[in-house]
Design a binder for this molecule. Sequence first.
Ligand SMILES: *[C@@H]1O[C@H](CO)[C@@H](O)[C@H](O)[C@H]1NC(C)=O
Ligand SMILES: [Ca+2]
Ligand SMILES: [Ca+2]
Ligand SMILES: [Ca+2]
Length: 620
Amino acid sequence: MFKQGICFVFIIFFFAVYYSDAQPLAITSLPTAYDLPEDTIAETLIHTVVYSGVTAGDTVTCSMNTVANFFMKIVSGSTNYGVYVNANPTGLTYPNSFDVTVTCTGAPSGSTVSQILQVHITKNTPPTINNVPASISVDSTTTGSGVTIFTISASDTEGDQLYFEIICDPTGCPFEVFASGAILTTASLEGTTVGGYDINVYVNDSRTKVGPKVLSVTITNVNSAPTITNKLTTPVSVSENVAVGTTVRQYTATDVNGGTLTYSATYNPTSGGTYFSIVSTSGVVRTASSINYETLTVAERTVLITVTVRDTGALSDTTTLTVSIIDQNEAPAFPKTTYTLVTDEAGAGASIGNPNFQATDPDASSTITYSTTCTEVTIDSSTGAASFTSAYDMDVAGTTGSITCPITVSDGALTDTATLTVTVNNINDNTPTFGQASYTFTTANTAAVGTTLGSVAATDGDLSTSSFGTITYELNQLTLGGDYFGITTTGNLYVKSAITSLSLGATYTMTATARDGGLLSDTADITIIIPSTTTTTAATTTDRSKTFFEDPRNIAWFTAAMVVLALTIGLILYMCIRYGFHFKKYQKTYRSRRVDQDRERLGEFVEGKWKPWKVWDKPR
Ligand SMILES: *[C@@H]1O[C@H](CO)[C@@H](O)[C@H](O)[C@H]1NC(C)=O
Ligand SMILES: [Ca+2]
Ligand SMILES: [Ca+2]
Ligand SMILES: [Ca+2]
């Protein structure tokens, strides 16, 4: 029973102690020491406060004493307090140490506890760059993008995480550094024009930054742009009509890298590309087609040619050439080589016609004129109309019916030639003409047939070789009552048949007509005198009665004969009247009518142009 009582008391005591003040508030994470490396720059949690013995219903709050560069706050994401180092602290240098007193209080019970955190500043060893040489070379022609050109090696005594940084001089280099320390290209070096960079290499362990160590990167085989060596600022002139392929200018270029250079060109206005081109391999700018100044607009007459020379790395140089297209005087031209005109023979100045040369000249400013070296033909210099320089008479022996004239058209400097052929027609421009208006012949009526009385020949200005100059004769002898006389083709009047029936002492009149092949004609009166005497045995011929009357002796003789004849007739008439002769029985009537001369010249035969002699009327 006693033992049971002791046991009971112990249990009661135990519970009494437990429930009254058995577990006091205690910081279980302290005291302790912390090694803080010097050169720490970031806000850093160096201790998390952990405590025990919290009275049920109490809330615990902690604080720390004031120590420069340290502070306390609830650790993010928990209910515990933490001790931190300020960002960018000052004075935390080796071999200093700091005591941070942490005090925690439970409320509302009021129990408080304090503990110390000792912070010892430890020394930091900077990282070391192990392997950056003074320079390296990189071949631009073989180094593409993403190629590692160098790998930085660095180490740190504390084994801290190391961070690399590079800064290029000049800036804008095609390199970047990776966390591994590898430096890679960010672009292909092919075509680069920069010969190299200085790369400043830095490394840090989050606390100490080491550097720079300079890595010189020499880029070899750098491409450089070609250079045109003969650029020209003054315009060049090109005449129209120059041969296609004529060199306008040859460009030359150099490239320190050597290699193939290629030329190209653009044109302003773009139509210039029709007339010019550049030989891609040689740099020769030349004409590409025939240039006609007259068909170009004013703007097209000046062409700006931008020439570019390019190397295989696509680097280039350019220059602009100004080309002025120059007008040339061009020759006028006949559209045909031969022209023909047909006309009649005519007098000086007579029009031959207009051959319509229609020569043209490409130049708007040119005035063209026509001329010929032909003496027979005159050409109007502006119209080209042709006329006879002087009378062109086909009836002049040796005159040809075709005139060939070289014709020249000129713009004052340049010429073209053609041929004008004028065919001249022979026309019937001459009328046969008797030597005189009338002829008189005297012949005995005993003259033999075939006897020539004389010439009544007519002449015609037309060529005798042409029908227009060939004369035929007609003789109108109806009043004679017979076909007694004829005219030979050469114009001789002759006795065609016996004329013994013609009365002695009578006078007969005939009309002769001379007619050419073109039906032009002339007429002449022919008088035949039959003398009353019979002693005349031979024909008395007078070639030309004019000559007969010009002879005074003939006039005297003729006048005397006429007087004798008149007296004889008067005596006969007296005797007849005196002795009652029935004269009326033998009355003779002369009636004649001459037709119009012109109609006769045209050769028309007019019915009854001559009324025949009324021989004798019947006696009343
Ligand atoms: C260390 O280098 C890294 C990467 O360049 C940089 O972000 C960081 O700020 C540097 N730290 C120090 C302390 O220099
Ligand atoms: Ca021209
Ligand atoms: Ca011209
Ligand atoms: Ca004639």
